[in-house]
Ligand binder design. Structure first.
Ligand code: BG6
Length: 513
């Protein structure tokens, strides 16, 4: 692949060549494989984006034959693929490239057999020794699995020119706080070069998130107003209707700050706030993103109660249906203090963003699903149309990440007729209706990029560590001071009242989605 070509450049896409390879999925019987990875590989295959010499091995602890594994994947793909119904003729060929390998994650014998299987696949499928190892497993296994892969010769020296390559995709969470992320990084770098590590954050694979860069840097009209002189505030909302479902054990360990803020939300903050990169290379883009994180003002003790808000859902109603509270969910402690909602006020202390608050909120069991970045501009001078107590809405640029992906600009407009009232109207661009298709799933893009060796849309080590650096003091404070008001918002509401108080104290309010 030519290093100067980038996934965001259309011209670059078609001219990138893709090497043959085997994709090995660790955790192949898990939920992520069923819902996301299997459909992603299937759709990549159907669209002709996988290499023609390709095989996929599912690695997991349960006993299973290749045939059963294929049958299960077929069901998963039929249920969860964005394209339906299943394309039978394509599937009948494609399934012959799928294999199952049973082993414990710490069993040397399992890795010896895996190495033999991969060699056989190389000769049968022409995959030439190239490997992607996808670690969709509990974080405690990340380092041990990588150590075993290295021990059994499955991780290659990336500096050997012309030889086969090996890459490792690591699912989140990468660490639980700054120290554990740094320790994990130290451990895995004994076996892997940074160029071989692909820390996945599936938000970066979403079309609308990628479009943020295009929107900002391919349209000259926005750059001159993208700063503290014109922008009053930025609001980022990641709202979900769903609760934690069957992930009680996971949530009791992680909570919302670790699950979605440290990664997805901080990625959105970096993309909105970053400076134009010197090129579209992975390192240039990631350098600029890191600078944003480095500029975020550290939280001080007096902020922890007032500007780092946590919430936990109680029972309530979603779409008119009664739902249970977090503490009643399976595998959750009856007096759990884990947060399912977070709202923060951040400041990016650099020249561009001086004094502009970034309000972010992420929560489960909110009234509707919606991820949005809203740029709220300063009011127009009030001398002409805002007299006699009339106030107009500020201009708002809302980038809808999902659902109903698109961009809307709110502007004030004269209502036709002699009385001339002013009313805000929306100019609305929708991906679905304009391009006539829904965007591909994030995982498709990211698996494809990894096979191509393009790490632009993956998080670099310093990004992850910097993000933990900002948030770890909050986690430490919360651990020491459990919130005694939990549950503090009913399911189906927009979160705890104290999150409203936070923003109202600044004379602002949350956007209504
Ligand atoms: C995952 C979180 O990373 O993202 C989940 O672990 C969350 O808790 C999910 O539901 C949301 O992803 P999406 O693509 O539906 O916004």
């Amino acid at each position: 692949m030519r290093a100067d070509l980038h996934p965001l450049e259309e011209a670059g896409r078609s001219s990138r060549t893709i090497d043959p390879c085997v994709l090995v999925i660790f955790g192949a019987t898990g939920d992520l494989t069923s819902r996301k990875l299997a459909p992603a590989i299937y759709n990549l295959g159907r669209e002709g984006l996988l290499p023609s010499n390709f095989a996929c091995v599912g690695f997991a602890r349960r006993e299973k034959t290749d045939e059963t594994f294929r049958e299960e994947l077929k069901t998963d793909i039929s249920n969860f693929s964005r394209t339906k119904p299943l394309d039978e003729p394509f599937w009948n060929n494609f399934q012959n490239q799928l294999f199952y390998h049973q082993s414990e994650f710490d069993d040397d014998a399992g890795y010896i057999k895996l190495a033999t299987l991969l060699k056989q696949l190389d000769s049968r499928h022409g995959t030439r020794g190239n490997r992607v190892f996808y670690l969709s497993i509990q974080p405690k296994y990340f380092a041990p699995v990588i150590e075993k892969l290295s021990k059994h010769g499955l991780i290659y020296d990336p500096h050997k020119n012309g030889g086969p390559w090996s890459r490792v995709i690591i699912e989140k969470p990468f660490g639980r706080d700054f120290d554990s992320a740094a320790a994990l990084q130290k451990e895995i770098s004994k076996y892997l070069d940074e160029s071989q590590i692909y820390r996945i954050d599936h938000y970066l694979g979403k079309e609308t998130v990628q479009n943020l860069l295009v929107f900002r840097f391919a349209n000259s009209i926005f750059e001159s107003i993208w700063n503290y002189k014109h922008i009053d505030q930025v609001q980022i909302t990641v709202a979900e209707e769903i609760g934690i479902g069957t992930r009680g054990n996971f949530y009791e360990e992680e909570g919302m700050l670790r699950d979605m803020v440290q990664n997805h939300v901080m990625q959105l903050v970096s993309l909105v706030a970053m400076e134009p990169p010197v090129s579209l290379s992975a390192s240039a883009i990631r350098d600029e993103k890191v600078k944003v994180l480095q500029s975020i003002r550290p939280f001080l003790p007096h902020d922890f109660e007032t500007h780092a808000i946590r919430g936990q859902y109680g029972p309530g109603f979603i779409n008119g249906q009664p739902v249970i509270g977090y503490r009643q969910e399976q595998n959750v402690h009856a007096d759990s203090h884990i947060e399912t909602y977070v709202a923060l006020r951040l400041f990016v202390d650099n020249w561009r963003w001086a004094g502009v608050p970034f309000y972010i909120r992420a929560g489960k069991r909110l009234p509707k699903r919606g991820t949005e970045i809203a740029i709220i501009f300063k009011d127009a001078p009030g001398v002409l149309f805002q007299q006699h107590g009339h106030k107009h809405d500020p201009n708002v640029l809302a980038m809808r990440i999902q659902p109903d992906e698109g961009i809307a600009l709110k502007i004030n407009c004269k209502v036709p007729g002699p009385s001339s009232p002013i009313q805000p109207v929306k100019m609305d661009f929708r991906y679905g209706s304009y391009f006539g298709q829904s965007p591909p799933e994030a995982y498709e893009r990211l698996i494809w990029d990894c096979i191509l060796g393009d790490s632009t849309l993956f998080a670099r080590c310093d990004e992850v560590e910097q993000s933990w650096q900002i948030l770890t003091p909050i986690l430490e404070y919360w651990a020491k001071h459990p919130n005694e008001t939990f549950p503090n918002y009913p399911s189906g509401s927009w979160g705890p009242e104290i999150a409203d108080t936070m923003i109202q104290t600044d004379n602002r309010s949350w956007r209504i989605l």
